[in-house]
Design a protein around this ligand. Structure first.
Ligand code: NAP
Length: 318
């Protein structure tokens, strides 16, 4: 009898209208992985940012997001594809739908479930640990998994209390890795202090070919302290797409197996030795397949990296 998962695998390409070349890319070539420094566990360098799945998404958008998650799950053999969510994304829709689809379609065990907690709200300030525990418990319910691979404090909210609660969960074995995130350069100083003072497995931070501030202090510190780096906003959301416009990808990008701008930008990001995984966001299954190509084949050399920077600096809007 054909399993639900096999059925989806067979019909997957047709279901999302992938062209044969894209399907071939999805299925062939070694997936590049990096070790999480605190344990040595290997995870693929390209995952998926789940910010755009929402309780308010239309049925059509949800069908696309479901196919995106399948593309992530089918994009490599073995476990450990990173899906990055947060309790606050899409009114809980990101965790709820991703968890439901992965359970129904039989690939929940193949995903490295990363989510975030923050009950501090935008104002910051100190929080009640019971509220932190309640939000973490809701993440377990929504994702439908007994163990969450990674839970990080979102946007630097009350690190002593929220990291303290995450540490309890880690000690109990229900959360495997803990960390903290920011995509605001104003918070990099505070982030650096937390990286020195707390036993973190991960940080999450913004980094892109035209946004390299994290290279100055945060990446060297992560390497010194043995902390994994999850990269957010690898395209600067719409920023880099606007700057690139309709320019063709340079021919020399083929020398490091980049066949699209997304692969060009993702390969720049994961070429940095401090980076463990990048989680580009997309609601388009073909883009997901394209992005996974950033985790296969050769990486740019130092000479390529220099040329890539020169090219990006020559683009408008820098
Ligand atoms: N403080 C935090 O913790 C924090 C803050 C921000 C973000 N994050 C995480 O980082 C993830 C990524 O951030 P993001 O989604 O905001 O920005 P991003 O990954 O830099 O860019 C996403 C944009 O790029 C487009 N895109 C993706 N792949 C593409 C491709 N192959 N070709 C053309 N366009 C492509 C997407 O459009 P399509 O949908 O059309 O593909 C979307 O508009 C989030 O989902 C979230 O998990 C965390």
């Amino acid at each position: 009898m054909i399993s639900r998962r096999d059925w989806f695998r067979i019909s997957f390409g047709a279901a999302i209208g992938l062209n044969p070349r894209m399907l071939q890319l999805l299925q062939t070539g070694a997936v590049r992985t990096r070790a999480i420094p605190s344990t040595g566990e290997q995870i693929p360098v390209i995952g998926l940012g789940g910010r755009w799945i929402s309780m308010n998404s239309s049925a059509e958008e949800l069908a696309d997001h479901r196919a995106v998650l399948h593309a992530l799950a089918e994009g490599a053999e073995g476990a450990g594809r990173v899906f990055d969510s947060a309790a606050g994304y899409g009114g809980g829709g990101s965790e709820t739908y991703a968890g439901q689809w992965a359970q129904e379609d039989g690939f929940a065990d193949d995903i490295f479930w990363a989510t975030k907690v923050n009950v501090a709200g935008r104002g910051g300030g100190s929080v009640d640990p019971n509220n932190v525990r309640a939000q973490i418990e809701r993440s377990f319910e929504r994702l439908g998994v007994p163990v969450i691979d990674l839970n990080q404090v979102h946007n630097m909210g009350d690190p002593p209390t929220q990291l303290g609660v995450l540490q309890e969960y880690k000690e109990s074995g229900r959360i495997r890795y803990i960390g903290i995130t920011t995509t605001s350069q104003r918070q990099y100083g505070a982030l650096a202090r937390v990286m020195r003072e707390y036993p973190l497995d991960f940080i999450g931070i913004d980094y892109a070919i035209d946004n390299r501030v994290a290279e100055d202090r945060i990446f060297p510190l992560a390497q010194d302290e043995g902390i994994a780096v999850m990269v957010y906003l690898p395209f600067g959301r719409s920023r880099m797409w606007r700057r690139i416009g309709d320019r063709p990808v340079p021919k020399w990008a083929a020398e490091f197996d980049a066949h699209s701008w997304a692969q060009f930008m993702l390969k720049f990001v994961v070429a940095h030795p401090a980076v463990t995984v990048a989680v580009p966001g997309t609601g388009d299954p073909q883009h997901m397949v394209d992005n996974l190509g950033g985790g296969r084949g050769r990486l740019p050399t130092q000479d390529h990296l220099r040329r890539m920077l020169e090219l990006v600096e020559s683009l408008p809007g820098g």
